[in-house]
Design a protein around this ligand. Structure first.
Ligand code: NAD
Ligand code: DAU
Length: 352
């Protein structure tokens, strides 16, 4: 197959591209990414010269580019991750979320439909989405694939809209679409704006650790490698038109995660004269419309496809902390913006 991965230079996308290059050597992986602030090709430095891999810088809203890419590469599978992904940014500027997540998904679905109809290809379109489309839970219950959509933030509303488009393209045009809705991911290569890398950076630098509101919000955490394995399995074996929830069965209050992270950072770096890093925890103004609790029921993907996560959270977090501490240069480049130079140096200059 030739699989188009969109957003392959981001956090989950780069972990997925690396995974696919290794597990599917007989397939070709084409990574289409605009390289927004969240896209970083240094994430893929170790695999960029693989013979079954090609990177294309471009926008999923660019219909002409999509048309030519689908035909020239004879794409017969799409795994669509490209998106604006950060809730706080969506509150400050929702426009880009509607453009990329809604209009971009529309453009991609249409490009696939058009190319596959013209070229007589029976392609598969895998739309990667989030548990946030289901809204917020009280202290009981879980999101199943039957839970009604109730998105609360501009980010989750834009993802919900894109899920509806993907579902409709299956129902109306008979396109082979699968959708996955996953919980919070953590692990290597996550841009330092999300909870875990933010806290690792700040704890390392002995800076205050900003916990929103009362810290009682609950998320279900899953290691990114477990997510990538689930995506590949659904892409390969999921039933056309079906949705699969993916989660770690691993609920944590934010305050408990930050406390555990402080203890693991103390273990990794030692406790200085000022004492445990727990003293850095600082409650700050809450995120507007902050969803209280997410929890995934992942029974369907377990029963139908045999998936379950392999990482346990305590050891996965310890390993993630170790990774960030060992990759201080990568992190520094993210923080000072110099990661943008990677593309120019390694791609532009090489290709002239
Ligand atoms: P990310 O922000 O790290 O990466 C997004 C990538 O998309 C970046 O490389 C960016 O350059 C690219 N991109 C943005 N706009 C583009 C455009 N117009 N055209 C082409 N590329 C574009 O995101 P992530 O955390 O890796 O999430 C990937 C996907 O998984 C998203 O669809 C997100 O909604 C979904 N998801 C994320 C999580 C999570 O915990 N991070 C959980 C569930 C689902
Ligand atoms: O549930 C899946 C979603 O998880 C994905 O769809 C999103 O793309 C991804 O960004 C993530 O969304 P969250 O809003 O849950 O992730 P974030 O890391 O931003 O925040 C996790 C929790 O921690 C949330 O309750 C807000 C809180 N938080 C976050 C930051 C950055 C803090 O308390 N302090 C912080 O500095």
């Amino acid at each position: 197959m030739t699989i188009l991965v969109t957003g392959g230079a981001g956090f989950i996308g780069s972990n997925l591209v690396r995974h696919l290059i290794r597990t599917r050597p007989e397939d070709r992986i084409v990574n289409l990414d605009l390289l927004t602030y969240a896209g970083n090709l240094a994430n893929l430095a170790d695999v960029e010269s693989a013979t079954n891999y090609r990177f294309v810088q471009g926008d999923i809203c660019d219909r002409e580019l999509l048309r030519s890419l689908f035909h020239s590469e004879r794409i017969d599978g799409v795994i669509h991750l490209a998106a604006e992904s950060h809730v706080d940014r969506s509150i400050l500027g929702p426009g880009e979320f509607v453009r990329t997540n809604v209009e971009g998904t529309f453009a991609l679905l249409e490009a696939a439909r058009d190319a596959w109809t013209t070229d007589g290809i029976q392609g598969r379109f895998h739309h990667v989405s989030t548990d946030e489309v289901y809204g917020s839970l009280g202290s009981e219950g879980y999101f199943t694939e039957e839970t009604s959509y109730r998105p609360n933030s501009p980010y989750s509303a834009s993802k919900a809209a894109s899920d509806h488009l993907a579902r409709a393209w299956h129902h109306t045009y008979g396109m082979d679409v699968v959708i996955t809705n996953c919980s919070n991911n953590y692990g290597p290569w996550q841009f330092p704006e999300k909870l875990i890398p933010v806290m690792i950076c700040k704890a390392r630098d002995d800076e205050p650790l900003p916990v929103y509101g009362d810290g009682g919000n609950v998320r279900d955490w899953l290691h990114v490698q477990d997510h990538c394995e689930a995506i590949e399995l659904v892409f390969r074996e999921g039933k056309p038109g079906r949705t699969y929830n993916i989660g770690g069965n691993n609920e944590w209050k934010n305050i408990d995660i930050v406390t555990l992270l402080c203890d693991q950072m103390d273990e990794a770096l030692g406790v200085g004269v000022n004492g445990s890093r727990r003293r850095l925890i600082t409650f700050v103004k809450d995120r507007p419309g902050h969803d209280r609790r997410y929890a995934i029921d992942a029974q369907r993907i377990h029963d139908e496809l045999g998936w379950s996560p392999r990482h346990t959270f305590e050891s996965g977090l310890r390993e993630t902390i170790r990774w960030y501490l060992a990759n201080a240069e990568w992190l520094a480049a993210c923080m000072d913006g110099s990661y943008r130079e990677y593309y120019k140096k390694n791609y532009d200059e090489k290709t002239g």
